[in-house]
Design a protein around this ligand. Structure first.
Ligand SMILES: [Zn+2]
Length: 279
C-alpha cells in the first residue's frame, strides 16, 4: 500500500537509535561567555555537554544537499538549492501569499482547509529534501533529538580551551592582538560517544526511504557538525556496535500500530529497515 503524503494521519514510524563517535574535536558554543572562556561549550541544565538536534540536523541537511547537487539525478532525488530561481522557499512564499489573498476573498480559510492545501502544495511542489526535512511552510517528518554523551563524566573531562583569533566585526578580518578562546570536546586518547536518536514518520517507499538511507550512509561515513567545520573540527561518525550501526523500532503500517494498541504491546517493537539505495 502506498503511504499518503503528510502529517495528518499516522501510517508508520521508524525510530533509529545508535551512537555517534567523535573523531575530531567538537566545538558547539553556548553563545554566552563565561568567566573561563569567551565561548563555552553548550551544556544541558545538569551541566552535561551535548550536541543539539538542530546542529545535527543542519549538518546533515547541508551534507545531503551537497551530495545531491552533484549526483541527485543519478539516484533519482531532487534537492533545491538556496539561490535557485525556483527554489522551494520562493515557491512557498508565493503559495502563502496566494492562500492569504484567497482567504480574504472567500473568507473560507479554515485551518483544516489551510492544512490540506499546504499538504497538497508540499506534495506537488517541494523538492524531496524539503518534503522530508521540512521547509518554511511544511514541518519536517524527520525529527533528530539532542545527542547527550553516553558517559557524561568522560565528555566533561575532555573539555579543553583553545585559542582562536578575534574577528573584527566591521571588516570580518582578524583583529590585531585580539584574544579569543573557545571550548571544545577533544576526543584525543579516548572514545567519546553521543546517543543518536532520529524518528521518521509516514515514510514513503521511494524518495523518503532513499533519502533516509543516504543520511544513514553519510553518518556512517562521517560528517562535520558544529563550529569550524571547514577547519576539520566536529567530525562525527555512526559507530558500529554488536555488528550494527543502529537499532530500528516503531511500526510499519497502521495495522501493526492498531494491533499493538489493542493487545497492550509496546508500540515501538523492533522492525526491519531495508538499507538499499536503489538507482
Ligand atoms: Zn527544496
Amino acid at each position: 500500500m502506498s503511504i499518503p503524503f503528510g502529517h495528518q494521519q499516522l501510517h508508520n514510524r521508524y525510530c533509529f537509535e545508535g551512537k555517534l563517535e567523535l573523531v575530531t574535536a567538537l566545538r558547539i558554543s553556548s553563545g554566552r561567555a563565561s568567566d573561563e572562556t569567551d565561548a563555552p561549550f553548550i551544556r544541558a541544565f545538569d551541566g552535561a555537554p551535548y550536541i543539539p538536534g538542530s546542529s545535527l540536523r543542519g549538518a546533515i541537511r547541508s551534507e545531503v544537499e551537497r551530495v545531491l547537487a552533484s549526483m541527485g539525478k543519478e539516484v533519482g532525488l531532487i534537492s533545491c538549492t538556496l539561490f535557485e530561481k525556483d527554489a522551494c522557499a520562493e515557491k512557498a512564499r508565493k503559495f502563502l501569499q496566494k492562500i492569504e489573498t484567497e482567504k480574504v476573498k472567500k473568507d473560507a480559510g479554515s485551518n483544516k482547509q489551510k492544512n490540506e492545501l499546504t499538504a497538497e502544495f508540499a506534495k506537488l511542489e517541494l523538492c524531496d529534501v524539503c518534503k522530508l526535512l521540512g521547509s518554511t511552510v511544511y514541518a519536517s517528518r524527520l525529527v533528530i533529538e539532542d545527542a547527550l554523551p553516553v558517559d557524561v563524566a568522560i565528555a566533561r573531562n575532555h573539555i579543553r580551551i583553545r585559542d582562536g583569533v578575534g574577528i573584527d566585526r566591521d571588516t570580518g578580518s582578524a583583529k590585531d592582538g585580539a584574544k579569543f578562546d573557545y571550548e571544545v570536546i577533544d576526543p584525543i586518547n579516548s572514545s567519546i560517544t553521543f546517543l543518536f536518536k532520529m524518528t521518521a514518520e509516514n515514510v514513503t517507499d521511494d524518495s523518503d526511504r532513499k533519502l533516509i538511507n543516504l543520511i544513514l550512509g553519510l553518518l556512517k561515513h562521517g560528517l562535520h557538525v558544529g563550529g569550524k567545520r571547514t577547519g576539520g573540527l566536529g567530525k562525527i561518525k555512526l559507530k558500529e556496535t554488536d555488528n550494527a550501526f543502529y537499532k530500528v523500532s516503531g511500526f510499519e503500517n497502521s495495522t501493526s500500530l492498531w494491533k499493538a494498541i489493542v493487545n497492550g504491546e509496546k508500540i515501538h517493537n523492533s522492525i526491519e529497515w531495508q538499507e538499499v539505495i536503489k538507482c
